[in-house]
Design a protein. Structure first.
Length: 385
């Protein structure tokens, strides 16, 4: 297992509690002169590209000494930055990778100038990435490529990946899933919906606010909690005032994850109107806690949430999405039995599909199949998540 040197302390603390004697850790980082300019998110993608190149030479040297059976690139859920590990003369497993998802055009008009610029730059970066010969090489040489969504799978096939499997990058520890199951269903007012995430334009919280404002007059005993921080907070708070629901909407800011999970148990449903997302951890957390999820029928959340565990809303236009999100809120508010039924099914789905232990079994089976050149049989039997 090769990773950055700055992960060493947390890994060794974890290993002190749960040893993994068969895992050999290699800590690698670029020299200081090649990374002094990286500060937080600034320069992250350039640094990542260079780190992958340096890691290749480390792994090549190790392969000469050890003789690996296969190599699996698992970091950064991004298909348009290459993994140079594909150059090694052994089976290469890539992913899960994402990034093939895009905001539907009809929704971009309502973005702030910052949001519009972000999406333009993201589209350009992805287009340039697809012309990178090393990206195309990684796609073509992948014995197996995991895509987080259908959209990314389509792009991987377009780049030449011969074998692509849909596999979410989202997972929860088994003990956490069992703990979240103890969250009792709420039976009393106010009916409370919750959104969690960075307050970015593409998270779709504006849609959630507009939907809540449309739903609230029909169900006055209701509240909307929003957990997270980000550049859109002031804009969202101003919108809540304009929609006359500011006294029913609570912006709780960024809070520690244990507190987030406690807040989740105090709500009736999760509203996650994200416009492009490969994963969507909060959807799995909500389902594990027995809370139905309302989301757009887009990206990773649309693969996690089924008709048995929540309500998926089409994303044809902002007006249509707002109306359908409001209708979904009203449906759940008026039917506690439905909330309970969806919540129970959600917990069962997370335990079956999003438990890290179950994912480990899947990966072990696929590794073994690659050794025997039987991966097509395994993937057709396992199906997509």
């Amino acid at each position: 297992m090769i990773t950055r040197a700055n992960n060493r302390d947390s890994i060794e603390k974890s290993l002190a509690k749960k040893p993994l004697p068969n895992v050999h850790w290699v800590y690698f980082d670029l020299p200081r002169w090649a990374r002094f300019w990286k500060k937080g998110e600034r320069g992250l993608h350039v640094y990542y590209y260079l780190w992958q190149l340096g890691a290749y030479f480390v792994v090549r040297k190790l392969h000469r000494r050890v003789g690996f059976s296969l190599v699996h690139h698992v970091t950064f859920v991004n298909y348009w930055i290459p993994s140079f590990l594909a150059l090694l003369p052994i089976p290469f497993v890539w992913g899960p990778v994402g990034g093939g998802e895009s905001v539907p055009r009809a929704f971009r008009r309502g973005f702030s100038p910052r949001g519009k610029m972000y999406e333009l730059l993201r589209d350009l970066a992805r287009s340039f990435g697809e012309f990178d010969p090393f990206v195309r090489l990684a796609a073509r040489r992948a014995a197996l490529a995991f895509a987080t969504t259908d959209q990314t799978a389509e792009r991987l096939r377009g780049l030449g990946s011969p074998r692509v499997l849909i596999c979410s990058n989202v997972g929860l520890p088994g003990e956490e899933i069992r703990c979240l199951k103890d969250s009792p269903p709420r039976r009393s007012n106010p009916f409370r919906v919750l959104s969690i995430g960075n307050l970015m334009h593409w998270k779709g919280f504006e849609l959630g606010l507009r939907a809540f404002a449309k739903f609230h007059p029909g169900f006055p005993s209701s509240e909307y909690w929003i957990i997270g921080e980000g550049p859109e907070r002031n804009r969202l708070e101003r919108l809540a005032r304009e929609l006359n629901v500011a006294n029913k909407v609570a912006f709780l800011g960024a809070i520690p994850r244990p507190e987030v999970l406690r807040k989740l148990a105090e709500c009736d449903a999760l509203v996650h109107p994200s416009l492009h997302e490969s994963g969507g951890w909060v959807c799995a957390e909500a389902m594990a806690a027995g809370r139905p999820v309302i989301c757009l029928d887009l990206g990773g959340p649309a693969l996690q949430v089924t008709e048995e565990t929540g309500i998926k809303v089409p994303a044809t236009s902002p007006q249509q999405a707002v109306c359908d999100l409001a209708a979904a809120m009203l449906r759940l508010a008026q039917d506690p039995a439905l909330r309970f039924r969806l919540g129970q099914a959600g917990h069962q789905r997370v335990a079956a599909q999003f438990d890290w232990g179950q994912k480990g079994i899947l990966m072990a089976n696929l590794y073994e199949a690659l050794k025997k050149d039987e991966v097509d049989r395994i993937t057709s039997a396992s199906g997509d998540e």
